[in-house]
Ligand binder design. Structure first.
Ligand SMILES: [Fe+2]
Length: 255
């Protein structure tokens, strides 16, 4: 009961207007087709298989906020594992899912009809791909333009948004992700468990929409440097954010 009450309060604060709305797949398609994604090769797809995207920066370039070894293991072992296991799971699945990089859109839209291995690994691949490109060396600061004004209209200020996003990240039990989601021009903060994300078309995803900011709160994202100190990791992460990319993702969604 306590959980339900606190969750209700959180959802109210996070702008509950988007609850239940299904993400616009035409918008997601535009994101996949955008120069932003093709330039970063975020969702690289060749000969019916997904490939690990190349990071747009070196493993050590987010130091001292996120350390080189964590980045190397996170990208080359954990993310590679999701890519490998997704390809393996898809070998025995419907081949029509593998026609293009937009296969992920079809997968998320039909997630309730697919086996857990696809849900976990497709989520793992997409979530990490987004996570890498919303970070950069010498990042941080605040967003500008329409995203900044929409944040102000939603939360009152960037600082209040940052506080609520941080609170959601600290309160989430166990492994998962915290998101800034946009749906029909409205912003919301949400959290999902394991490798689920707001694009998945299933009832357990209470806030659906397009994620434009992603924070990985699995321990593998910070344990080597921060051990059990999730708060320390989150505080560091704000210093590597690439707000230009987040603004671009927002702009694609509200056009
Ligand atoms: Fe991760």
């Amino acid at each position: 009961m306590k959980y339900n009450n606190s969750r209700r309060v959180f959802l109210k604060k996070s702008n509950a207007l988007v609850i239940g709305a299904i993400a616009s797949w035409s918008v997601i398609s535009k994101i996949f087709a955008s120069p932003l994604f093709s330039k970063t090769e975020m969702i690289k797809f060749e000969e019916g298989k997904f490939l690990l995207p190349v990071l747009p920066y070196t493993y050590d370039s987010l130091e001292p906020h996120i350390d080189k070894l964590t980045m190397e293991i996170h990208h080359s072992k954990h993310h590679q594992g999701y890519v490998n296991n997704l390809n393996k799971a898809l070998e025995t699945s419907d081949k029509s899912l593998l026609e293009s990089p937009q296969a992920l859109i079809k997968i998320f839209d039909n997630i309730i009809n697919l086996p857990p291995a696809i849900r976990n690994n497709a989520g793992g691949h997409y979530n990490h791909s987004l996570f890498w490109i919303i970070m950069k060396p010498n990042g941080g600061g605040k967003p500008k333009g329409k995203l900044a004004s929409t944040m102000d209209a939603t939360w009152g200020s960037f600082d209040e948004f940052k506080k609520q996003f941080t609170d959601a990240s600290l309160k989430h039990f166990g492994s998962g992700w915290v998101w800034l989601v946009v749906n029909k021009g409205k912003l919301a903060i949400s959290a999902t468990s394991n490798q689920d994300n707001p694009l998945m078309n299933m009832d357990s995803i209470l806030i659906k929409g397009t994620p434009i900011l992603a924070l990985d709160i699995w321990e593998h994202a910070y344990y080597l440097k921060n051990q059990n100190r999730r708060a320390e990791y989150i505080a560091s992460w704000w210093n590597v954010l690439n707000w230009e990319v987040v603004e671009s993702l927002f702009t694609i969604n509200v056009k």
